[in-house]
Design a protein around this ligand. Structure first.
Ligand code: SF4
Ligand code: SF4
Length: 461
């Protein structure tokens, strides 16, 4: 008899506690969804807005049910509430209780001649063309496929849009105007500057010029292309220099990226290559004015592999789609680098294993890629290290059909959401709570769709 009384007393206590937790928990979630709904509305995400307001109703009904009828269905409520509490505790188990994945340092160097931009510039019938395919015959058949399409920014491509294509072309051509200034002589009459002041000045100036993130790394072998593949650097062998690399990112506008793979994406890419190129060229010029060697690496004129430099400068990780995933904007950035012998502070690598783990669960870019160019497999050993590699030929063939640089993978990536309180909170949870990652993918699918449709063009485009 006594034990029955104790049991009932125990159920009553648990019931009261869990009722309070579930009532306040569901009320809190209803308010969170209300907040999310307005955030999505502002971001012009129609589906996500609808889903958020739907969840406001669901959580409001749940909290009301617990409040009004919690006492009548005591045992069911206790069971349900305990399940919710245990599940929440499971979701938010901190990452310190999980084994940390090992950081992998890339090895070997990339030959720029094998990149698609370089192969695209080869002109059939020329000596350079024949020499390349004699050296790399395995690329010939695949390259013939993209050459059969009309090509990037062509009027005959699927997503031709006169204004957007003309502006994109203008952007790419304007970046070329900087090519003659990426390198140059250092000033002979330079004044001495304080090292700490210089470091601080550069970081603040980059922010002021619109960089979302910036960092400095010691340049290593794998940062440098082995052989040049574009312009007058074709076939030039690069010798890695013992220098520092300043890497920074600039944001690609979310509204334009959301239209991918249609015309606004290529216009935005070209715009941000231009912005990043202007900033990097000016920064290199500035350092040379102070008597240091400095070379900017900008669109169409790289000696270094920018995502790898940025990764080692602490700006992010390389994700499934092979791009730099930044903590603030995921892959929705463009990168530029300045290599220099100026005495700057080197940043920590800042390894974040959560990105790889999240990518292994997400696969949204792979599902959304119109060319099926992104691997759905786990990382594979390629060139001696474990990594993901996209099928660059399939990707570029799609670009030369679409006329744009596609970017659908960037548009759908859950990390690409805007840099605001709501999305940053989700990124924080993804980073610190490994069990939250899979549900986060499911939630992203719920709000935005597994294969979100491209948005309509902004009216002015
Ligand atoms: S879409 Fe998903 S899998 Fe692809 S890069 Fe982004 S987080 Fe990783
Ligand atoms: S840019 Fe487009 S085609 Fe290329 S990998 Fe991304 S989604 Fe696929």
């Amino acid at each position: 008899m006594d034990s029955l009384i104790y049991f009932r007393f125990f159920v009553d206590v648990v019931h009261n506690i869990t009722n309070i937790i579930v009532f306040w928990g569901s009320s809190g979630l209803a308010f969170t969804m209300l907040f999310a709904g307005f955030v999505f509305l502002k971001e012009k995400e129609k589906r996500a807005t609808g889903m958020a307001f739907l969840l406001v109703d669901v959580f409001a009904v749940l909290s009301l049910t617990v409040y009004l009828w919690g006492d009548e269905f005591k045992y069911i409520c206790v069971l349900l509430s305990l399940s919710v509490i245990f599940f929440t505790a499971y979701l938010f188990t901190p990452s310190i209780f999980f084994k940390k994945a090992e950081d992998v340092t890339p090895s070997g160097r990339i030959d720029e001649r094998n990149t698609m931009f370089s192969r695209n510039e080869l002109i059939p019938g020329t000596e350079q063309f024949e020499r390349y395919y004699n050296e790399f015959p395995e690329h010939r058949a695949k390259d013939d496929i993209f050459r059969a399409n009309h090509g990037l920014l062509s009027k005959k491509t699927a997503f031709f849009s006169p204004l957007a294509f003309a502006m994109a072309d203008a952007g790419f051509e304007t970046v070329k105007a900087f090519h003659s200034m990426v390198n140059g002589n250092t000033a002979r009459d330079a004044v001495m500057v304080d090292e700490n002041k210089l470091d601080f000045f550069i970081r603040e100036w980059l922010k002021k010029r619109g960089a979302v993130s910036a960092g400095v790394t010691q340049m290593k072998d794998h940062h440098w292309y082995s052989t040049g593949g574009r312009g007058d650097r074709y076939n030039k062998k690069y010798i890695p220099k013992n220098e520092l690399g300043i890497a920074f990112t600039v944001e690609m506008n979310g509204e334009m990226v959301a239209c991918s793979p249609k015309a606004p994406i290529v216009m935005e890419s070209s715009q941000q290559y231009l912005n990043a190129g202007a900033i990097a060229t000016q920064l290199a010029f500035f350092l040379r004015n102070l008597g240091f060697e400095a070379r900017a690496h900008i669109d169409g004129n790289y000696e270094v592999v920018c995502p790898l430099v940025a990764r080692d400068a602490g700006l992010g990780e390389i994700g499934r789609m092979g791009l730099l995933m930044t903590p603030q904007l995921g892959p929705r950035v463009r990168i530029a680098v300045v290599t220099t012998n100026a005495p700057l502070k080197v940043d920590d690598r800042n390894y974040d294993p959560s990105v790889e783990d999240f990518c292994s669960k997400c696969l949204k870019c792979a599902d959304a890629c119109p060319a099926s160019a992104i691997s759905k497999k786990d990382k594979e050993v390629i060139g001696g290290i474990k990594r993901w590699q996209i099928d660059q030929e399939k990707c570029f063939t799609y670009w030369s059909y679409a006329g744009t640089d596609c970017g659908r993978c960037i548009g759908v990536c859950p990390y690409s959401h805007p840099n605001n309180l709501f999305h940053n909170s989700i990124r924080f949870l993804i980073r610190h709570f490994p069990n939250f990652r899979k549900p986060a993918v499911l939630l992203d699918d719920f709000f935005y769709g597994r294969r979100p449709k491209p948005h309509k063009f902004p009216k002015w485009v």
